[in-house]
Design a protein around this ligand. Structure first.
Ligand code: COA
Length: 330
């Protein structure tokens, strides 16, 4: 079997920077509380009319350019998002059209914070299995339009932001690039981080009562999420190293999903990794769900934090619960 590696990365962030102070005008919160509990100092919000498909398409354009290929070379689009422009069709087809691609497949992935790594595993399999040569994987979110900015929704609203990241996966010699992917889920916690309505279970699927009850806003059992995240991140990171006969000492860089700074710090401590080996940009973007890992990866590449031959682990945890890791030899 041939290998598969990331041959280009890209990102797209909205221009509008929203600092914690701005949120204090809309809800009972403080910069101090947000920074202390989450590490977030600012996040980006889109202007009206911009969807995750737009941000995703821009990130994809950058990733394709950095890969030194053209949109015509892409054989498959994988788009991960919990905030697609529409319930259907998915964002993948919108990117196909916007980038003027061939009539290639467009697969939409619904695994929230793990969505990008779930999508990357699909790209890995298609390229390693010689089904395709170039697979585009996008993670993009517009969450600012769907948050409860009243004090009732403050625990969730202060954490999340908008953004997009993308990669192109192409062929590699065996043993280089994506070494392995590890995906997990535990659906008994589905309601501990979820958006209850509108729901096709209900008839009709959207009602005034739902809206009055605020069921159309995301809800989170923060403590549960925290407890599970600090256990699953280290577990799935070690799983990827073990699978490849490596140890934590071999790891050059861990790029965790940017859930919040306290989780990232707890994971680093659990793995006994020095601070410089655990990437964090959550203070600038908040939690961008499916977009956070590809945005972080693109920044790491740009900053020269990853060198050829480095062992890099991407790891995620989020709604589902789902968690995942991808081990790379860059
Ligand atoms: N500003 C000010 N106060 C807030 C607040 C905010 N934005 N959000 C919640 N609070 C209040 C609560 O209402 C509560 O008040 P009370 O004690 O009067 O009831 C108090 O702060 C403590 O809330 P609690 O939920 O116990 O805080 P916590 O220490 O568990 O921290 C989180 C809350 C959300 C920061 C924390 O649970 C967490 O980090 N969870 C993981 C979240 C995450 O990463 N999600 C994304 C996963 S992909």
């Amino acid at each position: 079997m041939r290998g598969a590696r990331i041959i280009g990365t890209g990102r797209a962030l909205p221009m509008r920077v929203v600092k914690n102070e701005e949120l204090t005008l809309r809800m009972d919160t403080s910069d101090e509380w947000i920074v202390q509990r989450t590490g977030v100092r600012e996040r980006r919000y889109v202007d009206p009319g911009t969807g995750s498909s737009h941000l995703g398409a821009e990130a994809a354009r950058n990733a394709i350019a950095n890969a030194g290929i053209t949109p015509e070379d892409i054989d498959l689009i994988v788009f991960a998002s919990l905030s697609p422009d529409h319930v259907f069709p998915g964002n993948g087809v919108l990117v196909q059209e916007r980038l003027g691609m061939r009539t290639v497949g467009a697969l939409d992935v619904r695994d929230q914070c793990s969505g990008f790594l779930y999508g990357l595993s699909v790209a890995e399999a298609y390229v390693k299995g010689r089904f395709h040569d170039h697979v585009l994987v996008i993670g993009a979110e517009v969450q600012s339009t769907g948050l409860d900015f009243s004090t009732k929704g403050r625990d969730v609203a202060v954490i999340f932001g908008d953004g997009a990241g993308a990669v192109v996966v192409g062929p590699a010699e065996p043993g280089r690039g994506i070494l392995s992917s590890h995906l997990h889920s535990e659906g008994k916690y589905a309601k501990d981080l979820w958006l209850e309505a509108p729901s096709f279970i209900d008839n009709p699927w959207i009602t005034h009562e739902m809206i009055d009850a605020g069921k159309h806003f995301p809800k989170m059992n923060g403590r549960y999420v925290f407890t599970h995240a600090v256990r699953r991140f280290p577990e799935v990171t070690l799983e990827s190293l073990l699978k490849n006969g490596l140890t934590i000492a071999d790891l050059s860089l861990l790029i965790p999903h940017q859930a919040n700074l306290r989780i990232t710090q707890a994971v680093g401590a659990a793995l006994q990794l020095p601070e410089e080996k655990v990437f964090s940009n959550v203070e600038r973007y908040g939690n961008t769900t499916a977009a956070s890992i590809p945005i972080a990866l693109d920044e790491c590449v740009e900053q020269g934090r990853i060198r050829e031959g480095d062992i890099v682990c991407l790891a995620s945890f989020g709604s589902g619960f789902t968690w995942a890791s991808t081990l790379l030899r860059w």
